[in-house]
Design a protein around this ligand. Structure first.
Ligand code: LLP
Length: 422
């Protein structure tokens, strides 16, 4: 069951609520609309997939979407959190996440944030020589031993856009295997500061073949065997995040969370490991649409444009990665409608400002609702205020069909506040 569906009446629904009705009730500006039940269903799919794997952790990657209400919901459902900055760590703690289910990642973690991580007792992934030094210092300052995992760069090609590939040998992330011994010796040299508890890898994002995860997991358990052979009692295998979703709405059968877990299950059990996963996109992307209004339609040269009120400021993935996100109108297509090929663009002053290219759509009237699908991950969290398009409000549809605001939209007054008292 998916939350956004076109019903027989031709209208788009979020669960059982007509998106057009929601548009009439809320502020007249672009907004993100989520389905709370879909978030629950996505977490349940992972939980069911992980049955039989004891002490596994679903570390939700907060970078994908940091709405506090959503975080609190994910925490109540039993998720942990994956963090890449001190502020993400503070937010996770604020949302009530159990620190022993939190993992602090990143290639440029700063000392101040590592001290907080050490004080709070979250897992820390070691990314480099200097990172290890900083973690040791943080442990001394905090007066607390830090549980660390080595982030290994396994050099497995995730077959994705280069901007979201992280596990190839020339990427800036993680530790290459030829340096593994240096890190094991460094951990041994700091028995009061570091406890090595496992190994981590993250290959990249939008991965649509589970064999890629399997290849990495095979390499990773071999590394764990090597690490254990040196007397370390490591229990955790963290295979990162990265599972892709069906952005094209093409009906193609993509791997599910169960397919992902099943492909590594035997390996994990054979070594008696606790599995950690770090999903972002596959937990949250498909739970949300960006809802926009058509400002007008125009033609230049051979191009037809639908101009909407939303833009690359609210949703940058198409501009940044040439990413495809499915677009449709919220209202039925009249039988005599004129269907054309349109670029769907925003009002921002640059030609990178598009939400979709060459889309077959009925020519919409001014004011028609137009949604960009699968906008739950890396959309609001990457939104900007470019052109002073303030970041949009967020709403969700609850189990009982009611619509609740879960984040205020930013306003002009918010911008002026940054200059008060200067
Ligand atoms: N773990 C680590 C260490 C990561 O770097 C990431 C994402 C994740 C987990 C979660 O990956 P996911 O399951 O969401 O694929 N802004 C890009 C995506 C960047 C992903 C960065 N790392 C986009 O909009 O496609």
């Amino acid at each position: 069951q998916h939350c956004f569906t076109k019903s027989l009446d031709g209208f788009l629904y979020c669960e059982d609520t007509k998106v057009q009705d929601i548009m009439e009730k809320v502020e007249k500006r672009p907004f993100y609309l989520y389905s709370k039940p879909q978030i629950t269903r996505n977490v349940e799919a992972y939980k069911e997939a992980l049955e039989g794997l004891k002490n596994s952790i679903i570390g939700y990657a907060i970078k994908a979407n940091n709405n506090l209400k959503i975080l609190q919901h994910l925490r109540k459902l039993g998720c942990g959190a994956v963090l890449v900055s001190g502020n993400e760590l503070k937010l996770a703690l604020h949302a009530g996440f159990d620190p022993t289910k939190c993992i602090f990642n990143g290639n440029g973690k700063i000392l101040e944030d590592l001290i907080l991580a050490a004080q709070e007792g979250v897992f820390v992934n070691v990314d480099s020589e200097f990172d290890l030094e900083n973690i040791v210092t943080a442990a001394k300052v905090a007066g607390r031993k830090v549980n660390v995992l080595l982030r290994i760069n396994p050099d497995v090609d995730p077959q994705v856009h280069p901007y979201v590939a992280t596990g190839n040998k020339n990427s800036k992330f993680g530790i290459r295997n030829e340096k593994l011994q240096w890190f094991l010796d460094a951990v041994k040299a700091h028995p009061n500061e570091l406890k090595l508890v496992g190994a981590h890898c993250h290959l990249g994002s939008t991965i649509t073949k589970v064999d890629i995860f399997r290849d990495a997991a095979v390499l990773m358990v071999n590394y764990i065997d090597e690490i254990r052979a040196q007397g370390f009692e490591v229990d955790y295998l963290n295979i990162g995040g990265g599972l892709g979703i069906d952005y094209y709405h093409s009906g193609a059968v993509l791997p599910t969370p169960r397919d992902l877990i099943d492909t590594v299950r035997e390996l994990v059990l054979s070594r008696n490991l606790n599995l950690v996963i770090e999903p972002g996109r596959s937990l949250i992307a498909n739970t949300c649409c960006l809802v926009n209004r058509v400002t007008g339609v125009k033609t230049n040269g051979t191009k037809n444009f639908i101009v909407i009120d939303g833009s690359m400021a609210e949703l940058i993935r198409p501009s940044l990665y040439d990413a495809y996100q499915h677009i449709e109108l919220v209202s039925p297509t009249p039988p005599d409608a004129d269907v054309s090929t349109f670029d769907v663009v925003g009002p921002v002053c640059e030609s990178a400002d598009f939400l979709g290219k060459e889309r077959e759509l009925p020519t919409p009237a001014k004011g028609t609702g137009l949604v960009v699908h699968d906008a739950g991950a890396y959309c609001m969290s990457m939104a900007s205020t470019y052109n002073l398009k303030m970041r949009p409000p967020e709403y969700w549809v609850e189990e009982d069909g009611s619509v609740t605001k879960i984040r205020h939209g930013e306003t002009f007054e918010d911008h002026i506040r940054f200059f008060e008292g200067l």
